[in-house]
Design a protein around this ligand. Structure first.
Ligand code: NAI
Length: 780
């Protein structure tokens, strides 16, 4: 090649990173790995090969964990947990700091091993994955240090089972392990079967850092081992990142077990480009959105929505940029894209694209290296929004695109998905960007940037992208619980009786749906008796149809979610005022219904309404300082439609305690009143009627908790279900919620003191809101 040729082609030479040290580390370990349990590696057993997807070469042999291995790991974690928690925040902070330091000292070894095992470009492993891993441990060393002063009412959950995928093996480990340990939990982690090597290197680092035995345990194997962890009776929480399909299975498998659960699942995230965007930056951003990590990113900007006026120019520029992408040896520092993680994934992506006979497919036209899991950067234009490839996660370097005309159409297309993980918006108009960001149904929104991550900023989805957040203060929620031990809740049976005294004028209790009193669809009612056996009246028995009507009414009241906290506060005060005006009547009603002291319950209900009126305009988000040019805004958004099964034991206070936080935060509620003592709720809708509560914001039904819970939990238009019922329905609700992966908050048969502080406060506000992280350019 002549100098002239070089100038003409301007080709890069190869700049290979050496694999020697990482391969030597594997040889040192004997090329065979057991599990890391109770501070030591076990003997390697029956297992499977871990291969380099770029070459097919076997890197090591891993052990498939048996039930005995999982039991041993859980037992070690259980044994270590109390001592680890008692070490205190500072004690744990020192350990996390030591791990962060060691991760820095061995940064290159981790990066090269990750690239060998996963196929991602060394440039990404070295400059993105590994630095973010270190950052996560530093950040959470700080969280451990601050736990006692900042989270004085919270404590560790216990033993956490953590199951992670193969796209960011070490980073996902860090996202799971660091917050868990910081809050005093111990862990049993299972890396993905394709990519376990950096987790095993991390185990070695834990040993070097002097982490107490049993605090971190790592077992290797496939989905069957994941199932053993999920089903283990001595695990308190499952944290999972992976496919929506497996997430759904895990939701169903853990239903009724009392285990806490967070799910970080798939996505089909929109990448929206408006006609005033800086087009070159938006093209460059898109390269990062969809071809970073070969597109194997849960929040990949895999759906391009570009405004019609610039679509042609944008696509031309994109194709030109695509055609310059370099796909090749992941260890070469000059490549843009490496290999997919496994031949199975390669085949899945191939099948999905080859099965597409619509639209127009453009692929990088270059010779790909032979023998590895390489797939060219691909763009498919001209698909209908309902096309399977516009809706399904491809999880590879394949971008689909369509156009839109107006901002409203962009939002409609963006939200036309069962997922809700992330979204990107490009425009030079700050008004437009900040108008669109709140309208996108997604857990994370990037403005004029994409794929930004930081330990301080929460990450996680809505809809079928899962629930729970990783990172930030909000991420700690998933690794702690309120201090104290709850007592079991006995089933509260309705009272029976036979003393019927004729009333002067009949008072007919009805359901309250869409701001109107409604007769039950089924046409059935039942008697309500006082504790002393006196007939108090009849209540309607709501059916599935009534639930559906109430949900529809709640959906229709979407405007409530856009009202200001100030307005909602005024309405809550007004409800309190009107309840106060009828305090005596409610007090007598509760006396009769429950035999308790009704006056106290009414007084507590008024107080509670004041509490949430107070919170309505104060439970705000935060602005997070992140170490890049920008600020991450954590905005608290209403969850949407919340179905709540109210406590049986406090007929008025129970209803108010779940309704008030829900509507204070902008949700609409479908409330199933106390089954045993429903009549205070049917009186209460008259209070709502006179308090300017818009129709559909609070709907009240009466009937059997066990019969109505399943319908609420399986309803696709309900976003969350809470239950404080004394009926045994927690498992049913969790199981039925798996359909659309709605959030659940159930009592698992445990009592709550509604009169006391545990009957109100942040736990309710957190459950009534979801954090959306919006990254905006800010500062230099
Ligand atoms: P997967 O969801 O099956 O695997 C993720 C992890 O879950 C692995 O550690 C696996 O061993 C474990 N697992 C599998 N079945 C399990 C079960 N029944 N119970 C408990 N744990 C189980 O993902 P897979 O098969 O590796 O990839 C399939 C598709 O999932 C991808 O094509 C992609 O669409 C999606 N995916 C999404 C990810 C994300 O970050 N959201 C990550 C990985 C995959």
């Amino acid at each position: 090649m002549t100098v002239k040729d070089i100038f003409e082609t301007m080709d890069y030479g190869p700049a290979p990173e050496s694999a020697a040290e990482a391969l030597a580390w594997l040889v040192d370990q004997g090329d065979r790995f057991g599990h890391f349990i109770d501070g030591d590696f076990t003997e390697a057993g029956e297992g499977f090969e871990s291969k380099n997807p770029a070459t097919g070469e076997v890197l090591a042999v891993l052990t498939q964990a048996t039930q005995g291995d999982v039991d041993a790991a859980v037992a070690a974690a259980r044994k270590a947990q109390p001592k680890w928690e008692k070490l205190g925040g500072h004690g744990r902070a020192k350990h996390l700091y030591a791990i962060a330091r060691l991760l820095q000292k061995h940064a290159r070894l981790f990066a090269v091993l990750e690239t060998l095992d996963n196929g991602k470009p060394i440039r990404e492993a070295r400059d993105i994955d590994v630095p973010l891993v270190q950052r996560h441990f530093y950040f959470h060393a700080g969280m451990a240090q601050l736990m006692e002063s900042e989270l004085p009412d919270r404590e560790a959950l216990g033993v956490c089972g953590q199951i992670i995928p193969w796209n960011f093996p070490l980073l996902m480990l860090a996202w799971k392990v660091a917050p868990a340990l910081a809050m005093g939990n111990t862990v049993v982690l299972k890396p993905a079967e394709y990519t376990s090597l950096t987790a095993l290197l991390f185990a070695d680092i834990c040993r070097k850092a002097g982490l107490p035995k049993g605090v971190v345990n790592i077992v290797t194997g496939d989905g069957a081992v994941g199932e053993m962890i999920v089903g283990h009776p001595d695990i308190d929480k499952i944290a999972f990142t992976g496919s929506t399909e497996v997430g759904r299975k895990i939701r169903a498998a853990t239903a009724g077990s009392g285990k806490a659960l967070t799910l970080e699942l798939g996505g089909k995230s929109p990448y929206i480009v408006f006609d005033d965007a800086d087009i070159d930056s938006a093209v460059e951003g898109l390269v990062d959105a969809i071809w970073f990590n070969q597109g194997q990113v849960c929040c990949a900007g895999s759906r391009l929505l570009v405004q019609e006026g610039i679509a042609e120019r944008f696509i031309d520029k994109l194709k030109a940029r695509m055609d310059k992408l370099r796909v090749g040896d992941p260890l070469d520092k000059c490549i843009d894209m490496g290999a997919l993680a496994d031949p199975v994934q390669l085949q899945t992506v191939r099948d999905m694209v080859d099965g597409c006979t619509d639209g127009e497919i453009h692929r990088l036209n270059a010779q790909l290296p032979a023998g590895g899991c390489y797939y060219p950067p691909t763009l498919i234009t001209g698909l209908e929004p309902s096309h399977p490839l516009m809706q399904e996660e491809i999880f590879g370097p394949v971008l689909v695109s369509t156009t839109f005309r107006t901002p409203a159409e962009a939002v409609a297309l963006a939200n036309n998905t069962r997922y809700g993980l992330a979204a990107t918006v490009w425009t030079e108009n700050v008004n437009l960007a900040l108008d669109i960001a709140p309208k996108l149904v997604a857990g994370v929104v990037w403005v004029n940037a994409t794929n930004l991550f930081d330990a301080a900023a929460g990450f996680g989805g809505v809809r079928e992208s899962g629930y729970g957040r990783e990172g930030g203060w909000e991420g700690l929620q998933s690794y702690t619980k309120p201090k104290g031990k709850a007592k079991p809740l006995a089933r509260q049976e309705p009272f029976a009786g036979d003393k019927i005294e004729p009333e002067t004028v009949d008072r007919t209790a009805k359901l309250y749906i869409g701001g109107k009193q409604a007769r039950p669809d089924g046409g059935y009612s039942r008697d309500v008796w006082s504790k002393s056996g006196k007939h108090l009246g009849e209540v309607p028995i709501a059916s599935r149809k009534d639930i559906r009507n109430a949900v529809e009414a709640a959906r229709g009241a979407a405007g409530w979610s856009k009202t200001t906290g100030h307005l909602r506060a005024q309405i809550l005060y007004y409800i309190a005022e009107n309840l106060s005006a009828r305090a005596d009547e409610f007090s007598h009603r509760i006396d009769a219904l429950s035999g308790h002291h009704g006056a106290k319950e009414v007084e507590a209900s008024i107080r509670r309404l004041f509490t949430y009126a107070a919170w309505a305009d104060k439970y705000d988000g935060q602005a997070k300082g992140v170490p890049i040019r920008g600020v991450a805004l954590s905005m608290r958004e209403p969850v949407g439609v919340i179905g709540a099964i109210c406590p049986d034991e406090a007929p008025l206070l129970g209803l108010v305690s779940v309704m008030a936080p829900a509507i204070a935060m902008g949700n609409r509620a479908v409330l199933v009143a106390s089954e045993a003592m429903p009549l205070a709720a049917t009186d209460f809708y008259q209070v709502l009627d006179t308090s300017d509560v818009p129709a559909g914001v609070a709907n009240i039904l009466t009937g059997s908790h066990a019969e109505l819970a399943g319908t609420l939990a399986s309803h696709l238009d309900v976003d969350a279900v809470w239950s404080f019922s004394s009926s045994d329905i927690s498992g049913l609700i969790e199981r039925e919620s798996a359909g659309n992966l709605k959030r659940t908050w159930v009592n698992n048969g445990l009592a709550r003191d509604w009169m006391g502080t545990e009957g109100e406060g942040r736990a309710f506000l957190d459950a009534a809101t979801e954090v959306k992280t919006i990254w905006v350019p800010y500062g230099e």
